[in-house]
Each structure stands twice: as C-alpha cells, then as structure tokens.
Design a protein around this ligand. Structure first.
Ligand code: RIB
Length: 302
C-alpha cells in the first residue's frame, strides 16, 4: 500500500439539477437538490483511499456542521485528517448547477476556512509531506501554500502531482516542481495557450508543459480519456450511462495517485484513473460517487 498526502479543500457541495441555468435576475424551478461532501482535494482523497492508498488529507475547516460532514466523510473512506478547525471562518461550500440532459456542471466554490491556509500551516505538516510516496495538490487553497508544499515534497524526493484546477495563473517555477501535471482541456489552454480538441493538440500542449518544467504532463479529455505524454491517448473506460460528470477529474487524480504510490507504471496508473472516473460519472454527487478497488478492477478485467 502506498502513502499519498493530499493538500486541498473540503467544501459541502450543494447541487441543483435543472434543465438549464437561470439568466441573471431570473428564477427557475429546478428538478432536484442534494447536499453532499465535495471539494477537489477532499474528493481526490476519498477516491485515493477507496482505491487502497494510505491517504492523508491536509486542510482547514471551520467549527460547524459542514466540518462534521468532512470528518465523517474522511472517516468512512479511511482518509486520515490533518485539518485544524478554526473559529475565524466557516467550512466552505460550493454551488453546483448540473444540467439535466448532459450531466455537465457549472460551479462556484467558497473555500471558507481553507482559504486561510498559509505557508506556516504547510511547515507544520512538512514531516508528513516528506513521508509520502506521492504528494498531490490542486488550486482551491491559496497558491503560496500549494507552491510551498510542492517545494517541500520535491526536495524530499516525493513524487509530486499538481491538478491545476480551477484554472489559474501559476507562479514562476511552480510547474518545474511537478513530476505530473493533470489539467483538463480548459486548464491546459490556460497554462499553454493551446486549445486542446484533438490528440495532436494534446501532444503539442504536453510538449509546451514539458518546456515549462513538468516531468510528465497528462491531459484529461473527458469522454475521450486522458493523454499521457510519451504514450498517447489512453481511452476512457465506459461503465454505464452518464449521470453526473462533477468530480470526474477528482476521481481520475485520486485513482491515478493511489496506483502510482503502490508502484504501478504511469500507463497502468492512468488506466486506473480513467476507470475510477468512468465509474464515478455513472453516479450522482462527487465524493459519494467514488468507486472502490474491487469495482475498478472488475471494470478493467484485472
Ligand atoms: O471537482 C469537483 C469539485 O469542485 C466539487 O466537489 C466542488 O466542490 C468543487 O470544488
């Protein structure tokens, strides 16, 4: 079993399914509502633990009901929390619009207490980060915390993964701290200026990311699969009708990190990531949609 340390955000996902988005100033009737655990880092941690990694989550929470939801979610998935609970802020929340016909989404995240994570919080977890086989972060918590943690992991020889989501301008040198970077097409365009629609575009974008210092770029391409630099497109694995795509990227990253930490090759790890995502989109919600190892192996025929 590999050890994965994830720096990221937990938020409570408030998810509304409707036929379309309301226009500004308009009220429409939705089809359903659900409250559940979310946040990119937390979703990735849940996926990672379900695939079988010894998973640790660095974050910051408030002292409220949503914090209890975070701690319960992690306990159930087998994620070890390293998250201070502070009184100065609230545990974050996300508004998620899910389009009924496609399962696609649009999201607003308010990270709350997790937006207060700084480099001192990372220093306090430095020994944990150094002890990992794989370190993973995203961009929902403040950039200085992510940059500092990647630096600590890299200096200790820990394999580093940056999921650059949501899309943001990165500080100089950040990509050079990353063994793997896992943008989707939109995030990839934000990093490279290259619009990714085909495998050939992905190949050019991956070359650009390598020039910026990334070890191995991996571009997730939704229903087509994931482009693994040096290999090509690894096809998506279809597990059933798509119900909701929210959290599919997190499923990929969690599955990929868990597999890499236990010594799988990058190609095998990407296949496990694709299968994890392929199952997650057949279920509603984000963290609750993450499959376990047995389901992923059954899908891959392993
Ligand atoms: O990647 C999906 C996640 O993004 C959701 O769970 C939502 O909380 C946002 O952080």
């Amino acid at each position: 079993m590999g050890k994965v340390v994830i720096l990221g955000v937990f938020v409570a996902d408030t998810s509304y399914r409707a036929d379309r988005m309301p226009r500004m100033g308009e009220t429409i009737l939705g089809n359903s509502f659900a409250l559940g655990p979310g946040g990119k880092g937390s979703n990735q941690a849940v996926a990672c633990a379900r695939i079988g990694a010894d998973t640790h989550m660095i974050s910051k929470l408030g002292q409220d009901d949503f914090a209890k939801l975070a701690l319960d979610t992690w306990a159930e998935a087998g994620v070890t929390p390293h998250a201070d609970q502070i009184s100065e802020s609230y545990t974050g929340a996300a508004y998620i619009f899910v389009e009924e016909s496609s399962g696609d989404n649009a999201i607003i995240v308010a990270p709350g207490a997790a937006a207060l994570m700084d480099t001192a919080d990372i220093d306090a977890r430095a020994e944990l980060i150094k002890s990992a086989d794989v370190f993973v972060t995203q961009l929902e918590q403040p950039m200085p915390a992510a940059l500092h943690a990647l630096g600590i992991a890299r200096a200790a020889g820990v394999t580093t993964i940056l999921n650059p989501a949501p899309a943001a301008t990165l500080p100089e040198g950040m990509l050079a701290l990353c063994d793997y970077v896992t943008p989707n097409e939109t995030e990839c365009e934000a990093l490279t200026g290259i619009s990714v629609e085909t495998e050939a575009d992905a190949e050019r974008a991956a070359a650009a990311l390598r020039t910026l210092g990334v070890g191995t770029p991996i571009i997730t391409m939704g229903e087509r699969g994931a482009y693994l630099d040096g290999h090509g497109l690894v096809p998506a694995v279809k597990a059933g009708p798509v119900v909701e795509t929210t959290g599919a990227g997190d499923a990929f990253n969690g599955g990929f990190a868990a597999a890499l930490a236990e010594g799988k090759s990058p190609l095998e790890a990407v296949q496990i990531g694709c299968a994890t995502a392929g199952i997650s989109v057949t279920r509603p919600g984000t963290a609750p949609s993450m499959p376990d190892r047995r389901e992923v192996e059954a899908l891959l025929g392993a």
